[in-house]
Design a protein around this ligand. Structure first.
Ligand code: MN
Length: 333
């Protein structure tokens, strides 16, 4: 699918007009695109006179509190909110909306997302995997609907696009991405301040965790496969939090010759969360899907029950095979 069909855009915009109250929700373990898109759409709908509630299972994490409107983001209630419709943003699968909303009587009406693995769980699905960020899709929505993009909205959209493109470095970045970013700059997005907040002000506990992960790093498949663990013990020692790990894998996949990087993160609930990154030689969406996850060709995730050692036994052979190295014992050094 190269473009989202115009019919879906029209259905969304026309469907939104008469609605008075909307509940918006984004995915668990939110990133900059999740929060930026959630808040940007919330602010735009408020400007249209609608009552809006913004939800994320993790609430608002410290790292993104600088976003204008961050204070509006709440944890979802156990009971369905009183809203005319539910909108999901940047979320590939309904289960990634979190535990609370699985029991709500209200189901997602509009699903706006850019993940290749999106399950089209909405009544209306605006899903375009050719967009680098949900924020870029929202900019188009606002333009098509004729809704103003205020400086606060521009800030949120810029962070959404900047973070999901690795600051305009990933292969998903297109001329249109720069055009949208230029327009956001004109509309008041504070590029330098936002970039400093995103990339230049990590807490010291994150650097401590980074140091531990680098010590744990294993190279395999002739140094083309790199992986490391994050254990609960490492969190306890460093004081770092799961949210601090966003972007850390970039330090590994950025190594020359490394084609596939994987993080195995031990979670409190007895599962292991995996993040996969590729430079393009491997489609990590396909690898992640084999283990019940998904995402993008160059960035994906999955989660499996068990210990890190168990999960590595299942996943590393598949990773080696994806690199064309077969499932033979590693040439670990
Ligand atoms: Mn995204």
């Amino acid at each position: 699918m190269s473009e989202t069909p115009a019919a879906a855009w029209d259905a969304a915009i026309e469907g939104l007009r008469p609605l008075r109250s909307l509940a918006l929700i984004t995915h668990v373990r939110p990133d900059g695109d999740a929060y930026g898109s959630l808040i940007a759409l919330g602010l735009a709908l408020e400007d249209q006179g609608k009552r809006v509630s913004l939800y994320c299972e993790d609430g608002m994490i410290d790292r993104y509190r600088f976003l204008p409107g961050a204070e509006k983001v709440q944890r979802p209630p156990q009971q369905a909110p009183d809203a005319d419709a539910l909108i999901a943003v940047d979320c590939a699968a309904a289960k990634r909306l979190g535990a609370a909303c699985q029991h709500w009587a209200i189901r997602p009406w509009l699903n706006i997302d850019h993940h290749e693995s999106n399950e089209r769980f909405g009544a209306i699905n605006i899903v375009d995997p050719h967009r680098p960020a949900t924020g870029e899709l929202l900019f188009e929505l606002f333009r098509r609907a004729g809704w103003p993009v205020t400086p606060a909205i521009a800030d949120n959209l810029f962070v959404a696009i900047s973070t999901d493109t690795g600051s305009f470095r990933y292969r998903n970045t297109t001329a249109r991405t720069f055009e949208v970013a230029a327009e956001l700059s004109r509309l008041g997005a504070r590029i330098a301040d936002l970039s400093l907040a995103c990339y230049g002000s990590f807490p010291l506990r994150r650097t401590r965790l980074l140091k531990e992960t680098l010590q744990d790093l294993t190279l395999d498949c002739g140094d083309r496969l790199a992986f490391y663990r994050i254990t609960q013990e490492m969190y306890a020692r460093t004081g770092a939090r799961p949210e601090d790990t966003e972007g850390m894998i970039e330090n590994i996949i950025s190594t020359e010759g490394v084609d596939l990087a994987i993080v195995f993160e031990e979670r409190k609930n007895g599962t292991v969360k995996m993040s996969f990154r590729s430079k393009g030689a491997v489609n990590v969406n396909e690898v992640a899907r084999r283990f019940g996850g998904g995402g993008h060709p160059q960035a994906a995730g999955a989660e499996l029950p068990g210990s890190i050692a168990n999960v590595q036994e299942q996943v590393l052979p598949a990773a080696r095979a994806a690199l064309g190295a077969g499932a033979a014992p590693s040439d670990q050094r």
